[in-house]
Design a protein around this ligand. Structure first.
Ligand code: ACO
Length: 331
């Protein structure tokens, strides 16, 4: 197998910001409750006329610029999203927007685990020699499926995008994907979902014009169940990925987890025995941006000079499905 490397990262978030005090005007909540329970202060929300694909394309272009790779060199674009602009997928729009005319592009849906699963998938294509340059994008606008009257969920979510370019390593160079571990448990769907609310077949029987009136329901979540699932599954999946990489938690430079709740980040780091200053967190600014949260946090930490060449990163995603996945990579 060829080695693969992570050679570029980029991100893009909407300019519109909704602070905790803004939320106080619409629902019965307050900044103190939200901050102490979640660590979130603000979230960015897609504005009128903005699209997930455009922000994803911005993030991709920045990752390509960092790597010095041109769009026509890209072989594949994997877009991890649960909120595409088009029900048929938005990856092809991203392809058109950046002019990656030689790339095949498709969406991958695995909620907040989507980025890690897409990264691992991309690495397989690169390692087998099928692709040389693969863009892995995490992009979501959960504001589209949030019930803004439900204070138990709407305080958590925000919109954003992040992208990483995975490329073939030069011959003989070590592979940057050191270990991985991935899981699903569909029996946990009741804890977290946004299900289709249309009625299959009915419009046809009635001679109607399809089910354009039907859509997906807003996010429904049993918060405490998801919390317990996260603090149990993330350390376990990372321990398994570390063991496959032949590494100890003490050899990890940075924990870059899905940004859902500061208390989940703290609990996972504590169980792994990792000091708090090795945990990347940008929750206070963005909230939970689903598939985008890991590459968004990674981009800020790389461009801010915290993550440096050669650092070992423990990436972990978890969320609806239920799904959870960990990957140990060298930046
Ligand atoms: N403001 C003020 N009070 C609130 C709010 C709010 N926004 N929301 C709930 N409360 C109240 C509740 O009504 C409850 O009141 P009561 O005691 O009088 O009944 C009290 O606060 C405690 O509520 P809990 O739900 O027990 O609060 P908890 O400490 O569990 O925090 C939270 C809730 C933040 C949602 C937490 O459970 C959590 O973060 N869970 C994980 C969620 C998560 O990570 N989801 C994303 C997964 S990724 C994906 O796939 C999308």
């Amino acid at each position: 197998l060829t080695g693969c490397r992570l050679v570029g990262v980029g991100s893009s978030a909407p300019a519109t910001v909704l602070s905790n005090s803004d939320l106080e005007r619409y629902i019965d909540t307050n900044d103190e409750w939200i901050t102490s329970r979640t660590g979130i202060k603000r979230r960015h929300i897609l504005g009128e006329g903005e699209s997930v694909a455009q922000h994803a394309a911005n993030a991709c272009q920045k990752a390509l610029d960092m790597a010095g790779v041109s769009p026509d060199q890209v072989d594949m674009i994997l877009l991890a999203t649960s909120t595409p602009d088009d029900a048929f997928g938005s990856a092809c729009q991203v392809q058109a927007l950046i002019g990656a005319k030689n790339a095949v592009a498709f969406d991958l849906t695995a909620a907040c685990s989507g980025f890690v699963l897409a990264l691992v998938t991309a690495a397989q294509y690169v390692r087998t020699g099928a692709c040389k340059h693969c863009l892995v994008v995490g992009a979501d606008a959960l504001s589209r499926i949030t019930d803004w009257r439900d204070r138990g969920t709407c305080i958590l979510f925000g919109d954003g995008c992040g992208a990483v370019l995975v490329s073939a390593a030069p011959e003989g160079a070590a592979c940057s994907l050191l270990g991985m571990d991935m899981h699903s448990d569909g029996s946990g769907q009741k804890s977290l979902n946004a299900t289709y609310s249309g009625s299959g077949g009915k419009p046809m029987q009635e001679g109607g014009a399809g089910s354009a009136h039907a859509s997906y329901s807003n996010i429904a979540m049993a918060g405490q169940d998801v919390f317990k699932f996260a603090v149990r599954s993330v350390p376990a999946v990372l321990e398994a990925a570390l063991s496959k990489a032949g590494l100890e938690a003490s050899e990890v430079d940075w924990l870059v987890m899905h940004q859902a709740n500061q208390r989940i980040l703290d609990a996972a780091a504590q169980r792994l025995g990792m000091p708090a200053d090795r945990v990347v967190s940008n929750l206070s600014e963005y909230g939970n941006t689903s598939a985008a949260s890991i590459p968004l946090a990674l981009d800020e930490a790389v461009r801010g000079g915290r993550i440096r060449d050669g650092d070992v990163l423990a990436l972990a995603g978890f969320g609806a499905g239920l799904t959870w996945a960990g990957a140990i990579v060298r930046w």
